[in-house]
Design a binder for this molecule. Structure first.
Ligand code: 5GP
Ligand code: MG
Length: 173
């Protein structure tokens, strides 16, 4: 792939979406101490922006799953590469994802976390590509719906490139 990224969702639009999500989450978790579990690497920029608007006594954990390699298609087989350090039993867990595509990765993670018996388990995803779904996933807090394009920027990569772009961009095939 040689094309340059083109802007799909501007940093202003992202900022508005993050502010709206923060408002919804703040309302629903008032009086609680949620444990936010960010899925690396893609969600780190989103998570950093989101938590600074939450004004809740939240805690942060990070988990690394295997997903796309150099190819654009997820293999469908998901592995935990680096797990959680904190116990999540009895906690109000909110998973922070960058994108739900086929749904394979996040449904694996939600099943994995559910086994640890959190008090509650919800999902916040910055983006969603519903046209590509293979496994049903319910997203409790959703930023923006995307067309079927491969996106980069705002934390998302192609072959580890473009994570630093402030906008959500797409790459032409
Ligand atoms: P899944 O197909 O399992 O829902 O997606 C798994 C993972 O693939 C996502 O968490 C994300 O890391 C990556 N992914 C899916 N679609 C895209 C995309 O358009 N761009 C980038 N950079 N990663 C994606
Ligand atoms: Mg991801």
């Amino acid at each position: 792939m040689t094309s340059q990224p083109e802007i799909l969702i501007t940093s202003d639009e992202i900022r508005n979406a993050v502010a709206r999500l923060a408002g919804e989450i703040k309302r629903d978790y008032e009086g609680k101490q949620p444990l936010l579990v960010g899925v690396l690497k893609g969600s780190f920029v989103f998570m950093a922006d989101l938590i600074r608007q939450l004004d809740l006594p939240l805690e942060v954990e990070l988990i690394t799953l295997s997903s796309y390699g150099a190819a654009r298609e997820a293999s469908g087989k998901v592995r935990v590469v680096q797990g959680l350090r904190a116990a999540i039993k009895g906690r109000d867990v909110l998973v922070i994802e960058d994108i739900v595509d086929t749904g394979n990765t996040i449904s694996f993670l939600l099943d994995y976390l559910r086994k640890e018996e959190p008090a509650s388990l919800k999902l916040c995803s910055l983006t969603d590509k519903p046209s590509r779904r293979r496994v049903p996933v319910s997203i409790d807090y959703l930023g923006v719906v995307l067309p079927d394009k491969f996106i980069v920027g705002y934390g998302l990569d192609w072959n580890e490139k473009f994570r630093y772009l402030p906008d959500i961009c797409f790459l032409e095939e």
